[in-house]
Design a binder for this molecule. Structure first.
Ligand SMILES: C=C(O[C@@H]1C=C(C(=O)O)C=C[C@H]1O)C(=O)O
Length: 268
C-alpha cells in the first residue's frame, strides 16, 4: 500500500497523467496544496508526495523518487510577487498559504538583489491578494495565472527573476518519499506518467482550460513553455544555489544528519 500525494494545481496535471489508473487497488492518490502535502509527508500520513523543494532540504532522510519535477528555465507565469511599492521598499510581505518553496524564494531574491528582509504574514486561500494588509503579496498556483485586480507598482515573475539572477533553472517541487518506503517501481511509474503527460499536453490543456477560465492555447503554452518537468544536472545546480540562499537567510529548520547539499548531489 502506497499513499501518494500530488499538488492540486494545474501545473501537476501532466505529471499525474494516467497515474490513478495505474496504481494498485490498495494504493491511493490524493491532491492538496503543496504546503499541506509537506506537512502530511512529515507526519507520516503520506508515503510519497510532490513536495516543495525547500521541504526536501529539511526532511529527515527523505529520498528523491523520480526525475519528474515541477521547475522552470525562465518565466513560470504562476508564481508572482505583486508589490504596491517599489520592490526595494517592501517592509511587509504576505505569503501564499499554499507555498513553501516560493515563500523562501521570494525572500532569498529580495535579500540577494536588494538587501531587503521584510516581515512576513500569511495570505490564506480565502483571502484575495488585493485585500492583503501588506506592501507586497506572493501568489502561486492557479490563482496566480489571471490578470491582477489591484494596482501595483511592480510585478515579478519569480521563475524569470531566479533564472536571470543565477543563470540556473529553478525547481519548485519534487517527488519525495519518507524513509523506509520502497520506491523502485514508483520511480519508473512516475517517469512514465510524466513522459505520457508531456506527449499529450494539448489534450490535457483542452480538458482543463475552460474550467479555469483559460484558453486551450494559453494553458498549453504554460505546460510546454513555462514549466519544465525534468530534474537534470542543471536543475540540481539551481537547487544547490537555492539551498545555500535559504541557509544564509536562516530559513531552514535544523536537520539532524549531514549537510543536505551532499545528499542533493549524491541522489540519482
Ligand atoms: C510553479 C508552481 O510551483 C509550485 C510552487 C510550490 C511552492 O511555492 O511551494 C510548490 C509546488 C508547486 O506547485 C506553482 O504553484 O505555480
Amino acid at each position: 500500500m502506497t499513499r501518494i500525494g500530488a499538488v492540486s494545481y494545474l501545473n501537476t496535471k501532466p505529471l499525474i497523467h494516467g497515474l490513478r489508473d495505474r496504481l494498485g487497488p490498495s494504493d491511493s492518490l490524493t491532491l492538496n496544496l503543496p504546503s499541506r502535502l509537506a506537512t502530511q509527508l512529515q507526519a507520516g500520513e503520506l508515503d510519497v508526495a510532490l513536495i516543495p523543494s525547500v521541504e526536501y532540504f529539511q526532511g529527515d532522510r527523505y529520498q528523491i523518487v523520480s526525475d519528474a519535477a515541477i521547475g522552470c528555465r525562465g518565466p513560470v507565469w504562476s508564481v508572482r510577487l505583486v508589490s504596491r511599492v517599489p520592490v526595494k521598499k517592501i517592509r511587509r510581505l504576505a505569503l501564499d498559504e499554499g507555498s513553501r518553496t516560493s515563500a523562501a524564494l521570494v525572500r532569498v531574491l529580495l535579500w540577494q538583489m536588494y538587501g531587503v528582509r521584510p516581515q512576513t504574514t500569511l495570505l490564506s486561500m480565502e483571502q484575495s491578494p488585493e485585500s492583503a494588509d501588506a506592501d507586497a503579496v506572493l501568489v502561486i498556483g492557479d490563482r496566480a495565472m489571471h490578470p491582477e485586480r489591484g494596482v501595483y507598482s511592480e510585478i515579478w515573475d519569480l521563475g524569470d527573476r531566479w533564472c536571470r539572477h543565477t543563470e540556473t533553472p529553478f525547481v519548485f517541487a519534487m517527488w519525495v518519499a519518507r524513509p523506509g518506503v520502497e520506491t523502485s517501481e514508483l520511480q519508473q511509474l512516475l517517469a512514465e506518467c510524466r513522459d505520457e503527460g508531456c506527449a499529450n499536453l494539448e489534450s490535457i490543456a483542452a480538458e482543463h482550460a475552460a474550467a479555469h477560465g483559460l484558453t486551450n492555447e494559453d494553458l498549453h503554452r504554460y505546460f510546454a513553455e513555462n514549466l519544465h518537468f525534468h530534474l537534470g544536472p542543471a536543475e540540481r545546480s539551481g537547487l544547490q544555489l537555492f539551498q545555500q540562499g535559504c541557509l544564509e537567510l536562516g530559513l531552514l529548520r535544523q536537520r539532524s544528519g549531514g549537510l543536505p547539499t551532499q545528499r542533493l548531489s549524491a541522489d540519482g
